[in-house]
Design a protein around this ligand. Structure first.
Ligand SMILES: Cc1ncc(COP(=O)(O)O)c(C=O)c1O
Length: 464
């Protein structure tokens, strides 16, 4: 009989209290973390794990980065929060620095607290500017869990159950994802000529009111399966938006800064959006997100549809100080280049797992953000969420924390990861996959773990 995950009495007690009093998504086992440093998370028993989630994709510089810790300390003694109807020097500097990293004239930032809120603001801007109501989004995209963001979120699972009719703008999730591994129209790239976009436009004609305020997309559709569009897809999506008199909104919550080997993920493509949203990684874990647009569009939207949007905490000096410092470090330490170089190392190493195991269908992603598509076998490409969860569990045993939703296992280490660490991580992953393939551990019920609970079979539905 295989040994289950061993924890101390204290750990077990905390797990039970967490289950009783905190309503939240949890993987099994409900490991309780106490500290973090660099790439490492430590649980209450002192067991160390490599954090392949960078928190919730936020800790670009790893945990407890000394310079960020010092920034928090200093700013906490100076000013933590003030009315968001006034400003502070840090939020101005952060907005200016963000604008300086963006192409085009994307220089005006409406700060928010969450990525969902940033996308809500983007939709408000598009409605305000255009006076139209439909937002067209990409099927398999995720833009957040607040109800308007949920309307344009289409990652499947059960997250919309019991929600009833969703908010406007929600009429038109009509753009087919450029998911070449499982092509939605059964063609092959590049011979397809990106026919998925032609079909999508026909659906737009039929399904929308034909008054389209915005086309909304993740640059790479992460939660929906780490779908990296072919080079011509995003430029063609932009042309489509222009044809329809709609704004192009790109959601970079999962990608910026630097994760993909470019500061902004869309820099891989020949396209400049009208509005871009940022969250997670840009926030340094301090819940500072936002929506960037041009001065012209900001002016046209002002006073309409609730723009500019001001929440209680948006632009707080403490979070601004930390996010600003993090972005300065990302630029100073050339982490864009680092993510590009080490991303290739990660890709090559993971490809070796794909070659070795029939249940690893494909490795997708860009830079230091990769995903394993777990299947019953390469030939059928049939998704195998139960096996993915088994592998995730084994990865925990091997001291690797990752996010797994449905049959997708994501590898998203802090950008400070070294080549040696990548090699060690992939070696441990190999052991975890071997154990998963062998049906180990035995006697564990995985079905309540978030990765399965969030999938088609479960009663719930998060897929961040
Ligand atoms: C691409 C994308 N956009 C928006 C969001 C929502 O961000 P938040 O959870 O901060 O509201 C997520 C969350 O995972 C995301 O992946």
């Amino acid at each position: 009989m295989d040994k289950p995950f061993k924890v101390s009495d204290r750990h077990n007690d905390l797990m039970m209290r967490d289950a009783k009093h905190v309503l939240g998504w949890r993987y099994q086992p409900r490991v309780i973390f106490e500290s973090g440093s660099g790439l490492t998370l430590t649980d209450v028993d002192g067991k160390e794990y490599y954090d392949l989630t960078s928190g919730m994709m936020c800790m670009v510089l790893g945990h407890s980065h000394p310079e960020l810790t010092e920034t928090i300390r200093q700013q906490a003694t100076s000013l933590v929060h003030h009315s968001s109807w006034y400003a502070n020097p840090l939020i101005i500097e952060f907005a200016e620095l963000l604008g300086s990293t963006l192409p085009g004239n994307l220089t005006v930032v409406n700060f928010t607290v969450t990525g969902s809120e940033a996308n809500e603001v983007a939709m408000r801007m598009a409605l305000g500017v255009s006076g139209k109501y439909d937002i067209v989004s990409v099927i398999r995209g995720l833009h957040g869990g607040s109800l308007a963001a949920e309307s344009v979120t289409t990652v499947g699972g059960a997250r919309r159950r019991n929600l009833g009719p969703l908010m406007i703008p929600s009429r038109a999730n009509t753009i087919l994802a450029p998911f070449c591994y499982r092509c939605p129209i059964n063609l092959s790239y590049p011979d397809c000529g990106i026919a998925c976009l032609d079909s999508s436009e026909q659906m737009m004609e039929a399904v929308t009111s034909q008054d389209v305020a915005a086309v909304m997309a993740e640059t790479i559709l992460v939660a929906g399966g780490m779908i990296v569009p072919p080079p011509e897809w995003l430029p063609r999506l932009k042309q489509l938006a222009v044809r329809w008199g709609a704004l192009l909104v790109l959601d970079e919550a999962q990608l910026a800064p630097a994760r993909t080997g470019k500061l902004w993920g869309f820099e891989h493509y020949d396209v400049v959006p009208d509005i871009v949203t940022f969250a997670k990684g840009m926030s340094a874990g301090m819940a500072i997100c936002g929506t960037v647009t041009t001065p012209e569009l900001a002016q046209r939207a002002a006073g309409k549809a609730g723009v500019p949007w001001a929440g209680t905490y948006s632009g707080d000096p403490l979070s601004a100080a930390v996010a600003l410092k993090q972005l300065q470090i990302v630029l100073r330490d050339k982490l864009v280049e680092r993510a590009a170089i080490l991303g290739e190392v990660l890709r090559e190493q993971l490809e070796s797992l794909c070659e070795r195991f029939d249940i690893v269908g494909e490795i997708r992603g860009q830079g230091l953000y990769r995903m394993l598509d777990i299947v019953t076998d390469k030939q059928s490409k049939r998704p195998d969420p139960a096996m993915a969860e088994r592998i995730r569990y084994n990865m925990m045993e091997q001291g690797l924390v990752c996010i797994c939703v449905k049959n997708f296992i994501r590898i998203c280490p802090p950008l400070i990861v070294t080549r040696a660490q990548i090699e060690e991580i992939v070696a441990r992953m190999k052991t975890a996959i071997e154990r998963g393939e062998a049906g180990l551990p035995k006697g564990i019920n995985f079905t309540t773990s978030s990765s399965l609970a969030a999938g088609e079979q479960g009663a719930h539905g998060r897929a961040d």
